[in-house]
Design a protein around this ligand. Structure first.
Ligand code: DGP
Length: 113
């Protein structure tokens, strides 16, 4: 079965792509947990942070810097945002394609639970 995030990266599904370049793609979460809830994924299928290795350092750096780009596009750079990357079973990672959640647009609860 094809990965849903690979389909979005490849433009095979409807998805509001905010940003895409050589390394990453950013689009709105289908089930937003905040007024602004964006997912940033590598174009390449990697299951999680656990699949990153030193030869992926440019991709890893781009993933992190894309957070800033997304925050700027969403107008939340100054008000703040939370960045989460679920990794593996204990985190309840549902989609097995590395993704960074960027959440903002309203004050959040304290703590990370
Ligand atoms: P996680 O639990 O970290 O694996 O979160 C996966 C997120 O992916 C979840 O917040 C919902 C989102 N999601 C799942 N399927 C789709 C989809 O088909 N399109 C979009 N845009 N988001 C999806």
């Amino acid at each position: 079965m094809e990965c849903i995030f690979c389909k979005i990266v490849d433009g095979k599904t409807e998805g509001e792509v905010l940003l895409q370049d050589k390394y990453v793609c950013a689009f709105r979460d289908i089930n937003p947990a905040a007024p602004s809830h964006i997912l940033i994924v590598p174009n390449e299928h990697l299951t999680s942070i656990e699949a990153l290795s030193p030869d992926k350092i440019k991709l890893a750096g781009r993933l992190l810097l894309a957070v800033k780009d997304v925050a700027r596009l969403e107008g939340i750079s100054q008000t703040g945002y939370r960045v989460i990357t679920n990794t593996g079973a204990d985190s309840h990672q549902e989609v097995q394609h590395l993704h960074i959640h960027v959440l903002g647009g309203a004050p959040m609860k304290h703590g990370l639970g």
